[in-house]
Design a protein around this ligand. Structure first.
Ligand SMILES: [Mg+2]
Length: 320
């Protein structure tokens, strides 16, 4: 039997400890939370579903990982604007027969990531779900007025960069699909993605990024979003792609996974060709992978060969 709402709130409150911290003037327990925005800042708000069977499977993902990933998706969106997260709001629908220990471990995973970035869980709702765990999270953050890095700022000639390595999360998902035993290690970005908040903030503060997005749906899809919003095209230089390594012993993932695999939660950004971009920011490698073009459309370049890049949307588990 799932905890009634009041008991769950007590549980979250016990984990979350204090009711008011930093910009959260009033957290869980009243009709609304009261959130302060720092002077001369504006609010960033993002919302994401985590649905059992679509975004995670209980047989594959430990509850801590589901909670972590649930919040990481929202934090990654805040990172992609160059913002700082303040508070999260969680709405949970739980099946009647879900063990209480699953909920406890889910909340534990979520709150441990929240604590790392000083994000308060400031409210939410619970209900009984007719089928599967449904979690909806809202993350609120802030950014100095008028400085958020949006998707529409890429200009022809801009260089294209990514943080970290690509395709690792999809590679782990492939292992899970083939029913091979996968140990959900803390360092595996599929189970425990690290939102690139420090990098996003740095790129905004130093006026480096002209456009930015987080890689949730895969490089081809997310690069297409930047190009659509900016009315430009792009050319990706294949030999430059930073391929993640996965498996035991670790081997480089395929170029296909790096181009189309989702849920890496790295950042993709553009910068003027003459701007000096550090090769490492906050310990995260930064790699130049291509160039924004005036001609619309996405292409890959390998030596002298130029090939249209097909945009293949990431559909989580729907392909199985
Ligand atoms: Mg996003």
């Amino acid at each position: 039997v799932p905890l009634p709402e009041k008991a769950l709130i007590e549980e979250v409150r016990r984990f979350a400890r204090s009711r008011s911290t930093g910009n959260v003037r009033l957290g869980i327990g009243d009709d609304c939370a009261i959130i302060g925005i720092p002077p001369r800042h504006e609010a960033l708000v993002t919302t994401d579903f985590s649905l059992e069977g679509v975004h995670f499977r209980r047989q594959w993902h430990p509850p801590e990982s589901v909670g972590h990933r649930c919040l990481a998706r929202g934090l990654s969106d805040i990172a992609a604007m160059g913002g700082t997260p303040i508070a999260a709001f969680l709405s949970l629908a739980l099946p009647a027969r879900l063990p209480q220990s699953w909920v406890d471990r889910f909340i534990k995973g979520l709150l441990s990531l929240a604590k790392r970035y000083s994000v308060a869980l400031a409210g939410g709702d619970t209900a009984q779900s007719p089928a599967g765990v449904l979690a909806d999270i809202i993350v609120m953050g802030s950014v100095p007025k008028g400085t958020a890095v949006i998707r529409s700022g890429a200009r022809p000639g801009n260089a294209i960069y990514v943080t970290g390595a690509l395709g690792g999360s999809a590679a782990t998902l492939n292992l899970l699909r083939t029913k091979r035993k996968v140990v959900p290690s803390e360092t595996d970005r599929h189970f425990y993605p690290r939102p690139r908040l420090e990098v996003g903030r740095y790129l905004r503060e130093k006026h480096i990024a002209t456009a930015m997005i987080d890689l949730s749906d895969g490089l081809s899809t997310d690069l297409a979003h930047i190009c659509d919003e900016s009315s430009v095209g792009a050319e990706v230089e294949m030999p430059r792609l930073p391929l993640a390594s996965a498996g035991k012993p670790p081997t480089s993932v395929s170029v296909d996974l790096a181009l189309h695999g989702g849920e890496d939660y790295e950042l993709l950004f553009t910068a003027p060709a003459k701007t000096r971009v550090p090769s490492v920011i906050s310990g995260v490698p930064i790699t130049r992978i291509g160039t924004i073009t005036k001609v619309r459309g996405l292409f890959t370049r390998d030596a002298s060969r130029r090939t249209p890049l097909l945009v293949r949307g990431w559909e989580h588990f729907r392909r199985t």
